[in-house]
Write a protein that binds this ligand. Structure first.
Ligand SMILES: NC(=O)C1=CN([C@@H]2O[C@H](COP(=O)(O)OP(=O)(O)OC[C@H]3O[C@@H](n4cnc5c(N)ncnc54)[C@H](OP(=O)(O)O)[C@@H]3O)[C@@H](O)[C@H]2O)C=CC1
Ligand SMILES: N[C@@H](CC=O)C(=O)O
Ligand code: NA
Length: 822
């Protein structure tokens, strides 16, 4: 026997019913006999409930709604049954609707709607859908018969959620199907959701009722398989409306399905499938509208999986009740009393957590009942509260529960660690935790506003064949910023495939316009988006947006040289947003500010990265941090730290004009946005200060001595154009510097030195014997003398400025955050 159950959407329209008939027909070709269970046409059950309510209130237009239900079924008949055979079926439907109308008339007269009558009213949905579809199938030439499950499924009299009496039901089901197979073997279309008492009163089976019917039939007939046809491709790793990366779960165990469904994965309601589980009958969850998709197979065992967890589920809105007090410690019976009270009041508890100190118990409930629960507990524990054994009972609202579920978690270490670490790095506070000893479900209670972020962050780390998403916000779309965007775009496919990382640029800003889209901007047209969709930039508004989006794995990148923007770093880090920047301003201000940023990042478990502050993409800061972390001590740093000045002194030759060489350096992208910063020595001063700090020294900007190479007239230039004019006017001065040096057989180098706690920068002539003599292009060279590198210093050399190398350094910092957060 093969049981096929179709839900309300599957029988919701003429087109979908056509598809149901196709599926039924294709299964009929197979050797197994089949039984079909249908729900009511989509929406009809709710309409019936509404009709019942209207009739009780004496609203006569309930008749109008009943007609609409009739019309929907008539339309199916008209579309799927040949005209000459229609009248008989119309008459049967009309007769059934008449019965409903008589019943409603009675309700409207006595103005009372008991649960018993409600069940009877609701039963019309399944009775009509099965009746009509069975006739459509017959009209297509396939033998079919309508089966009213009230004749087979016997229940107690708990109307609304009746309990099945298997002792009576199983033989009735078996007998019916035995008779059927003795006849011409028509396909039975069995009404889902309904049953009847021994006295013949109509009952309904509660949530997941039609699945329950399929499961009862499958268990009684020892079916080979039960198909639950829905409108989605089986069960998913998470709710796809909340987690866009969610994907289909091919196989899942009964226990996992139970755990996931309990936490709101609404595709099926596994408790209703319990009878089939108990008999080890496999269940397939399939999509009527994508019938070739294999869906999800729910059975006792699941195939070996790539991932430790199977799915992530959530309950969006819960309240947490906290009962605590010193009187609870070591006193037996407090929890018995607590949960006894809850049970007596039929209050369903979603999650319980108690620490071993026994000082407090908290449990999650539906927030709608929270006030009532508090009132009940206040009353029940009034004496304990009065005596101070129990503190006041508190309720926390606006919370959600996330459950990570999977058989693979059993006996496997590190899952909880990963879960807490990811939530921690994303600034998601955990209010309560629960893990059953079955170890297949770890549930955490978090604040509701973090639900989407937490679900996506967890899905990202636990299902790593899906690329992890890094959400990037970039301020500064000048030379470095746009080179970075180009590099990100060019590397997109590589990062996804090889690093399982997707960089999603969510926001962009320059001084004029800012544009944000939480789904990610198209990097082929970011300029257009900024121009057309952008609004006037406000850094405050940009930062507020970043925080309010509350996306997982967020990174803020500052590619400006602005001073104001760095004021936002701390609050961003504090909101668990990592910061990456080539901008040296933050790290070269006061030492206190530098330390504050470091500490905030550390405390928040996020990253503040600035490798490109010194030597652009050259691995200088990382190397230095590595030495310091491993216990080395710095004795001396000697370096050429300006790409611009290197280029200038390597290119300035007799016959050329100094100002032209500076212009070339600017055109090549080596200079700061304001080249006076390079020429004055300010840029180098910032870099040596940062290096000294990274080497563990507490230096202030005033501790750096700068011997500038510029004559006073250039230093005094009030604007960039005036500065270039002054360089031109002072050409003789620069020529003399050059000729004096070459007369001595030397080259000019701006050298920064840090030794004995002092940083000095100055223009020096170096001869061929000096290691800095051979430097070419815009190269930087940094020589670290340390306890371990004392005889021969550790030297790093290479291009220290330029758009590509700088942007790639920022890129590397950004990607390393992706790995860290993942
Ligand atoms: N060039 C190099 O080799 C290296 C550069 N760096 C650093 O990289 C950073 C960027 O340099 P670069 O790209 O050359 O500079 P650019 O002048 O080309 O670009 C700066 C960008 O920042 C934007 N910007 C400035 N202030 C603000 C603000 N308050 N709000 C919003 N946007 C702002 C500018 O906007 P708009 O477009 O509207 O003007 C522009 O888009 C600098 O800090 C520099 O020190 C570090 C290492 C090497
Ligand atoms: N303007 C800087 C760029 C890197 O920080 C330089 O010339 O070195
Ligand atoms: Na660097």
């Amino acid at each position: 026997m093969h049981v096929l159950k179709f839900g309300g959407t599957s029988v919701g329209s003429v087109e979908s019913i056509r598809q149901v008939i196709r599926i039924v027909d294709s299964h009929r070709q197979q050797s197994n006999p089949i039984a079909v269970v249908l729900s009511a046409m989509g929406g009809v059950t709710n309409q019936l409930i509404e009709i019942g309510r209207m009739a009780t209130n004496g609203q006569l237009d309930y008749m109008e709604l009943a007609r609409r239900i009739e019309d929907r079924h008539f339309n199916v008949i008209k579309a799927l049954i040949p005209i000459k055979e229609q009248s008989k079926v119309f008459a049967t439907v009309r007769g059934t609707i008449n019965e409903l109308e008589d019943l409603l008339r009675g309700v409207s007269l006595i103005r009372e709607l008991t649960p018993r009558t409600m069940d009877l009213i609701m039963s019309f949905g399944e009775r009509l859908s099965n009746l009509v579809v069975a006739e459509c199938v017959k009209a297509g030439g396939t033998p079919a018969t309508f089966c009213d499950a009230r004749d087979l499924i016997k229940t107690d009299a708990q109307f609304g959620h009746a309990e099945v009496n298997y002792t009576l039901t199983t033989p009735l089901v078996q007998g019916y199907f035995a008779d059927l197979s003795n006849s011409s073997s028509p396909i039975p279309f069995v009404t889902g959701f309904i049953g009847s008492t021994e006295k013949g009163e109509t009952t309904t089976l509660g949530r997941g009722g039609s699945d329950y019917t399929a499961s009862i039939l499958g268990a009684a007939l020892n079916a080979e398989v039960i198909d639950i046809w829905t409108d989605v491709d089986g069960m998913m790793t998470a709710d796809p409306r909340k987690v866009p990366n969610a994907f289909n779960i091919p196989t899942i165990t009964y226990a996992e399905a139970m755990e996931l469904s309990h936490f709101g994965a609404k595709v099926i309601y596994p408790p209703s499938l319990q009878p089939a589980f108990a008999r080890n009958i496999p269940i397939r969850v399939l999509n009527t509208f994508n019938a070739d998709h294999p869906g999800t197979l729910v059975s006792r065992t699941a195939e070996r999986r790539q991932y430790t967890i199977t799915g992530i589920s959530s309950i969006d809105d819960v309240a947490l009740v906290n009962v605590q007090g010193s009187g609870m410690i070591g006193v037996a019976g407090v929890s018995a009393k607590l949960f006894g009270v809850l049970a007596a009041h039929r209050i369903s508890v979603i999650l319980i957590s108690q620490a071993s100190s026994e000082h407090s118990i908290c449990f999650a409930i539906d927030p709608k009942g929270a006030d009532r629960v508090k009132a009940i507990l206040d009353a029940e524990f009034a004496v304990d509260i009065d005596h101070g054994h129990i503190d006041n009972i508190s309720i926390e609202r606006d919370l959600s529960i996330i459950a990570t579920v999977g058989e693979g978690m059993r006996k496997s270490s590190g899952i909880a660690g990963k879960l807490f670490s990811v939530l921690g790095k994303n600034g998601v506070n955990i209010v309560a935790v629960a893990q059953g000893s079955s170890e297949i479900n770890i549930s955490v209670v978090i604040t509701k506003n973090n639900l989407s972020k937490a679900l996506n962050a967890l899905h990202n780390v636990f299902f790593q064949s899906e690329a992890r998403v890094l959400n990037v916000f970039l301020v500064g779309t000048g030379l470095i910023g746009q080179t970075l965007l180009r590099q990100i775009h060019a590397q997109d496919a590589y990062l996804r495939q090889e690093k399982l990382l997707k960089i999603c640029v969510v926001g962009l800003a320059n001084t004029k316009k800012m544009v944000l889209d939480p789904k990610g901007l198209n990097l082929e047209q970011w300029q257009d988006a900024q121009q057309i969709d952008g609004v006037t930039t406000s850094l405050e508004a940009f930062v507020e947006k970043i925080k309010s989006y509350n996306l997982p794995n967020s990174v803020f990148i500052d590619c400006t040289s602005d001073k104001d923007i760095v004021q936002h770093y701390e609050s961003l880090l504090d909101a668990n947003i990592s910061v990456v920047t080539p901008n040296k301003v933050a790290n070269s201000g006061s030492y206190a500010e530098y330390r504050r940023l470091q500490r905030t990042a550390l405390n928040r478990g996020v990253k503040f990265l600035y490798e490109t502050n010194v030597g652009a993409g050259l691995p200088i800061i990382n190397t230095l941090q590595g030495l310091l972390t491993s216990g080395d001590r710095f004795l001396k740093i000697e370096a050429i730290l300006s790409g611009t000045l290197s280029y200038i002194f390597n290119s300035f030759a007799p016959g050329s004009k100094f100002v032209d060489v500076v212009r070339e350096a600017k055109e090549k992208g080596y200079t700061e946005p304001d080249p006076r910063d390079d020429l004055s020595g300010q840029d180098v001063a910032r870099k040596i200060l940062i290096l000294a700090r990274e080497a563990g020294f507490e230096l202030e900007p005033s501790d750096v001595t700068v011997e500038t190479l510029l004559p006073p007239a250039c230093l005094a230039a009030p604007t960039i154009p005036a500065f270039f004019d002054s360089l031109e006017a002072e050409n003789g001065y620069f020529e003399k510097l050059l000729s004096d040096a070459s007369d001595r057989g030397e080259k000019l180098r701006m050298i920064a030195t840090f030794e004995n706690g002092k940083a000095v920068i100055g223009l020096r002539g170096v001869g061929p014997e000096h290691p800095f003599y051979q430097l070419t292009g815009a190269d930087n060279i940094i020589s670290f003398t340390t306890e371990r590198y004392k005889e021969r210093p550790l030297v790093i050399k290479g291009p220290g400025a330029g758009a590509e190398v700088t942007a790639s350094g920022v890129f590397a910092d950004m990607v390393s955050i992706g790995s860290y957060l993942g």
